[in-house]
Ligand binder design. Structure first.
Ligand code: NCW
Length: 445
């Protein structure tokens, strides 16, 4: 069977600043919450941090040459806010800004579309010291940061993404305390969620009112929720999890409201108290596209003993080395769910990929598992397109192995292998396979 993609389908790869750049104190970069969090004992695997990472900051030309060699059409990267301001707020750091100008220029010279994320989790520590996302003051600093980046690169970046995976950095960082800034507080989480949404909406408004020609959107980490059984209790439980992880972040932006399940919960009162009159209108300022990061599905079962009366049931069978279930059809289901509930907004898979235990053998990495993972997910996406979903591009996570946050350097997601001692880049078999997919623009099964 041959799965043919549209000639304009945008095949790309994705990365994030703190995960690849290294050069943590070069050219005036100030510390981020991830520098602090990773250097606090016990927070990350073996105390790993992003001080050096892949040294992409000094090797970006070499990296772009690899993108070119592979025929990659779009490169999604993120901008490090701590490189842009000396004080995290208004004092511009020209050297930091220049890095992104040079990066974008090099991409364009090589005919690769730049896709930029403004926030992929590396908040300047100095802003966290004032409460971070839970303090509404942060909104104006973020909008100012965005305006500086738009002034510098507004029309050169093909797609602007305000935030990466709001649910993940907000729940893992403010509620579960397993990501930076390591807080465990429901009240602060709700405040932070609302402030992030406002910062997003104000930024979209600014971009639109300034008449830049390209697009702006947001990237959410979404998973379809499957009830454990046909029993009504399990069906309701799956819907509740959907409200927490998906709709809590989709609805404000695409519908201008928070889910009823959340507002009607006792803790929803905190949210109701925070929301001001015009907030929801600001938050839902129309975006041009929705970015979706898809990794797996959730299977949910009712359970009286749990705080929210349900739990996620781990599945037997195939998993990646993150322990995430391999479930390609979930992508097709998720894309249809978006189409049915949020209209036919243009969609991009802004991340999908897998970590496996890659082995370097005679200078090569035969990562057949990753090829099989990607192949099945590409086919699932194509099936969704045939069912009427408005999917326009697909960016594989990740272009290169990188610092996998609390998991450190052991989890390798890359199409490119990084030797962390020498910083040598080695293309894995999956990179060569992906290059062929892009060239053919079809997949055969
Ligand atoms: S951790 C995570 N990731 C990986 C990361 O490298 C990247 O920066 C992120 O955009 C790969 O892609 C994203 N996602 C979190 C997945 C959900 C975890 C849910 C845990 C529940 C307690």
């Amino acid at each position: 069977m041959k799965y043919q993609f549209d000639k304009d389908f945008l095949w790309g790869v994705a990365t994030a600043s703190y995960q690849i750049e290294g050069a943590y104190d070069q050219d005036g970069r100030i510390p981020s919450i991830w520098d602090t969090f990773s250097k606090t004992p016990g927070n990350t695997y073996m105390g790993h941090n992003g001080d050096e990472a892949c040294d992409h900051y000094n090797k970006f030309k070499e990296d772009i040459a690899l993108l070119k060699k592979l025929g990659i059409k779009a490169y999604r990267f993120s901008i490090s806010w701590p490189r842009i301001f000396k004080d995290g707020k208004y004092k511009l750091n020209e050297k930091g800004l220049k890095f992104y100008k040079d990066l974008v220029e090099e991409l364009k010279k090589n005919d690769i579309k730049p896709i930029a994320t403004l926030y992929h989790w590396d908040l300047p520590q100095i802003l966290q010291d004032e409460g971070g996302w839970s303090n509404p003051e942060i909104i104006k600093y973020f909008v100012h940061y965005a305006s500086v980046m738009f002034n510098a690169l507004g029309d050169d970046v093909e797609q602007w993404i305000t935030f990466n995976e709001t649910s993940v950095f907000l729940y893992l960082g403010y509620l579960y305390g397993i990501h930076a800034p390591g807080i465990k507080n429901l009240d602060l989480t709700l405040k932070a969620i609302h402030n992030v949404h406002l910062a997003h909406g104000e930024t979209v408004k600014l971009f639109k009112n300034s008449n830049y020609k390209n697009q702006i959107g947001i990237t959410l980490n979404l998973s379809p929720n499957y009830p454990y059984s046909v029993e009504e209790k399990d069906i309701i439980a799956a819907k509740t999890n959907d409200a927490f992880w998906n709709r809590m972040f989709l609805d404000p932006i695409l519908k201008g409201s928070y889910p009823e399940e959340i507002l009607n919960n006792p803790f929803g009162n905190t949210l109701k108290e925070i929301i001001k009159d015009d907030d929801m209108e600001i938050i839902s300022h129309p975006i041009d596209f929705l970015g979706i990061n898809y990794y797996s599905r959730s299977v949910i079962k009712h359970d009286e003993n749990e705080t929210f009366k349900y739990k996620s049931i781990p599945q037997d069978g195939e998993k990646t080395s993150m322990g995430w279930e391999v479930y390609p059809d979930g992508l097709r289901v998720l894309l249809n769910y978006i189409k049915e509930n949020y209209g036919n907004i243009p969609l991009y898979i802004t991340e999908n990929g897998a970590a496996y235990e890659d082995k370097l053998e005679n200078g090569k990495i035969h990562d057949i598992d990753r090829i099989n993972y990607l192949k099945r997910h590409f086919i699932s996406a194509k099936k969704a397109i045939d069912e009427g979903v408005n999917l326009k591009g697909y960016y594989v996570w990740s272009f290169m192995d990188n610092y996998e946050w609390a998991e450190g350097y052991v989890k390798r997601f890359g199409l490119t292998y990084i030797d962390y001692e020498t910083k040598q880049r080695i293309l894995k078999d999956s990179a060569k396979w992906y290059s062929q997919v892009i060239k053919n623009n079809f997949i055969e099964e």
